[in-house]
Structures are given as structure tokens and as C-alpha cells.
Ligand binder design. Structure first.
Ligand code: HAM
Length: 418
């Protein structure tokens, strides 16, 4: 009979296998604990949103428009799989009435994001983020707070060797004049720039600063710097953020070319890299202030800031230092029925499950073969069940570490395993 090809996973997505999942759980649990330590509460928003919500947040941002999973549902609505959480969290903040509670709202979310980008190591089309947002305050303390939260979380996961890059990109008051200056600087150089930068020059000149193209590299050093053109308010804010980071002994590198890929940022922007790495693709996280986003979505103007970090990248770096987490067995106890004792084995398992994680090996194989599986599984105890034992409601309890074995009545099993 002709067999069809097995259907494999969609390009750019991945399975998180049971051996990897414990590591992810460590990262997620630490995220929840540390977020709560800073007074952030968990929020869950849908994976699908109106495409327009995302597009308004992205404005003319290339990445958002080009990478959006955009589709029509059966009712003819144009929807998108969220490429990031911020736009949806801001929407939920208003729709859920969180703005009526004491401000700011401190929120965190862990979940999948989708970007139709070219897949490569550390870059997936479905990936996971820890997202942290503080909405409803313009205070510089919050910019520094989300950075400190991110730093504490990554440090807790053993990734304390970080490089934090920091910049301020001003606001709607001071940025337009700066952008004019930037365009004036680049216009005479237009012919020498990369094709991407030529296209962005009039539309989104800030992005010329974070171009990775060799053709653009020679012109960056002399480009005007936004931090030299901040208005008084942005300047004071910028100073305050750095003062708080200094007092928290958080080291940072000032990077005048850091502008971030999304258009909604104002004032503070930052990115975390693993110590030693460079380049956009290696970023473990990033974020900043986005005082104009709420208004872009059609809500009242509301200042906010936050960050997001890619769990795929974080867990990948963790895995080398966390082998003990990966080595955890699926079950502490393995029940091995000898022969056709499925009903009895299920009962014994139920008794043991009161105190331990338990699996039953129902396969009709020799006890010797089953013992080999028990070793492979890494079970701490094996409960051997024979037809004779089942009659007297007893079993052999074997301690796989000490290799001691004893007959135990079913009713004593839970006590012995506790
Ligand atoms: P982002 O820089 O686009 O920011 O993404 C944050 C992090 O998500 C990146 O630093 C990276 O670790 C991870 N990431 C992004 N794309 C991928 C991918 N294709 N595969 C794997 N990991 C990826 C944001 O998303 C903003 N919403 C952050 C923010 C929150 N700003 C304010 N609040």
C-alpha cells in the first residue's frame, strides 16, 4: 500500500519536549515569583487580536508589517496572531477597566508570540515571551523598575553575566526636530547607503541608526545623537532613570544607536544581551517606555513602560548550567505487574499516588525487561506485583538506590513511600 509522507511541524516552530519542559518551568516559575516580588500581577490576553490593533501599534514599523501573521477568519474579520504582547495588554488595560484601579497597573504575561521572520537559531515563528508592563505612570522610577525586574530574573536563572544597553529616543516634543536633523545629515549620503536605509530615510530615519549593513556603518559615528537633542523634560527623565540604575548598581552601556524595532517607543529604550554577544538576534530581552501607544490604539493618552524577554533564548542559555533539572524522572515510583494484573496494578498505583508520582508498566514483558526500563526511567522505587502477592494484597517494594527489597502490604505502601 502506498504510504503518504508523515506530516512534520510547520517551518520555524518547535516542540518543547518533556526533557526540556522542566527547564522552561524553572524560568516561568522564577518569572512569576520575581514579578510578584515587584508587585506585578499576571494577565492573560488572547493570541488573536484585530490586525488593526497591531498595525496601529506598529505604525510604519517594517518588522511588524512584514512579519505579521495576518488572516481573515470565517466571518471576514481581519485578524492577526500577536507578534508581541504589549499592544494587547494595553487594550486589555482599558477594556478591563484596570485604569480605574490605583495606578500604575503592574502586569506580567507569559505566552506564545508569532512573527513570520526567517527562522534561524534563536529565532522562531512561534516563540515565547515573558512580558512585563507598567501602565499609567510617566515616572522614571518605573523605567528603572522594569529593568531591575528583568535583571533580577535573568540573574536568578544563572544568566547574571549580562550587557544592558540603554538609550533615550526622546518624545513627540523633541524627536521631530531631531529627526529632521538626522535626515539632513543622511540625505547627501543617500546614494552610498544600503537599499533598506535609502527606503527608510524619509519614512523612518531613526532605523538607520540600528542598521546592520556594512554600507551604512561608516556614516553612523558622525550622525547626530538624539541624547544631545532631548527637551528638558526628556533630559531630566533620562538622568533620573540612570540615577536609579546607578543606585541599584545595575551596569549599563550607553548605546546612541539603540532605537529598537518597534515604533511606539518614547524616551527610555533598552536591551539585554548575554555577556560577550553582540547584535540584534542575540538579545535576551528589550523594552522601554511607550507613552504614545494607548493613544495610537484609540484610547486616552496614557504613559507606560515595559519589557519582554524571549524564553526560547533564555532557556537555551540556561540548559548548560541546569542539568539537574533536566535529569528529573517522570515518576518516582514504577509499578511492575507480573503478567495480567492491570486492575490490581492500577489499584496499587492509586495507593502510591497519594504520596508520590507513579507510572505503571502495563507491557506484557518479562520482569527483567521491565526492570531495565525502571532503571532507564530513573524511578526511585519499584513496586513488583505478582499474582500471588495480589491475592494477599502484598507487593515487593524495591528501593532502586540501596537495592533493598521487602515485602510490604498494600495498605502500608503510602507510609513506606512518604
Ligand atoms: P522585542 O525586542 O521585539 O520587544 O522582543 C523581546 C524579546 O523577544 C527579544 O529580545 C527576544 O529575546 C525575543 N524574541 C523576539 N523575536 C523572537 C523570535 N522570532 N524568536 C525567538 N525570540 C524572539 C517586544 O516584543 C516588546 N513588546 C517589548 C516591550 C514590552 N516593550 C515594552 N513592553
Amino acid at each position: 500500500m502506498p504510504r503518504s509522507e508523515p506530516i512534520k511541524a510547520v517551518r520555524g516552530v518547535r516542540d518543547i519536549l518533556p526533557t526540556e519542559r522542566p527547564l522552561w518551568r524553572v524560568a516561568e516559575t522564577a518569572a512569576g515569583e520575581i514579578a510578584r516580588r515587584f508587585g506585578y500581577e499576571e494577565i492573560v490576553t488572547p493570541v488573536i487580536e484585530h490586525a488593526e490593533l497591531i498595525e496601529r501599534a506598529g505604525d510604519d514599523s517594517d518588522a511588524f508589517v512584514k512579519e505579521l501573521y495576518r488572516f481573515e477568519d470565517r466571518g471576514g474579520r481581519t485578524l492577526a496572531l500577536r507578534p508581541e504582547a504589549t499592544a494587547g495588554v494595553v487594550r486589555a488595560y482599558f477594556e478591563g477597566g484596570l485604569y480605574q484601579e490605583p495606578q500604575p497597573s503592574r502586569l506580567f504575561l507569559v505566552g506564545p508570540m508569532f512573527r513570520y521572520d526567517r527562522p534561524q537559531k534563536g529565532r522562531y515563528r512561534q516563540f515565547y515571551q515573558l512580558d512585563v508592563e507598567a501602565i499609567g505612570s510617566a515616572n522614571a522610577g518605573l523605567d528603572a523598575e522594569v529593568i531591575e525586574l528583568a535583571r533580577d530574573w535573568l540573574t536568578e536563572l544563572g544568566l547574571g553575566n549580562l550587557r544592558l544597553e540603554l538609550n533615550s529616543i526622546g518624545d513627540s516634543k523633541c524627536r521631530p526636530a531631531y529627526l529632521e536633523e538626522l535626515k539632513n545629515y543622511y540625505r547627501p549620503l543617500k546614494e552610498k547607503l544600503s537599499a533598506d536605509s535609502q527606503a527608510r530615510l524619509e519614512r523612518n530615519p531613526l532605523r538607520l541608526l540600528d542598521s546592520k549593513s556594512d554600507e551604512d556603518a561608516p556614516f553612523k559615528a558622525n550622525a547626530p545623537r538624539i541624547t544631545d537633542h532631548l527637551c528638558d523634560e526628556c533630559s531630566a527623565h533620562w538622568e533620573q532613570v540612570r540615577r536609579i540604575l546607578d543606585s541599584a548598581a545595575i551596569e549599563y552601556v550607553l548605546n546612541p544607536y539603540l532605537v529598537r524595532g518597534l515604533d511606539y517607543y518614547t524616551r527610555t529604550v533598552f536591551e539585554f544581551y548575554p555577556g560577550g554577544a553582540t547584535g540584534q538576534q542575540d538579545a535576551l530581552g528589550g523594552g522601554g517606555r511607550y507613552d504614545g501607544l494607548a493613544e495610537a490604539e484609540g484610547w486616552p493618552p496614557t504613559p507606560a513602560g515595559g519589557f519582554a524577554s524571549g524564553l526560547d533564548r533564555v532557556t537555551d542559555l540556561m540548559s548548560s548550567s541546569r542539568e539537574e533539572v533536566i535529569a528529573r524522572p517522570a515518576a518516582d515510583v514504577l509499578v511492575l505487574p507480573d503478567g495480567d494484573l492491570a486492575v490490581e496494578a492500577a489499584e496499587v498505583a492509586r495507593i502510591c499516588r497519594a504520596v508520590r508520582s507513579v507510572q505503571v508498566d502495563y507491557d506484557p514483558r518479562s520482569t527483567k525487561a521491565k526492570m531495565r526500563s525502571a532503571n532507564k526511567l530513573g524511578a526511585k522505587w519499584v513496586v513488583l506485583l505478582t499474582a500471588e502477592g495480589a491475592q494477599s494484597r502484598t507487593a515487593q517494594l524495591r528501593d532502586m538506590t540501596s537495592r533493598e527489597q521487602a515485602e510490604v502490604s498494600w495498605s502500608d505502601l503510602a507510609d513506606r513511600l512518604a
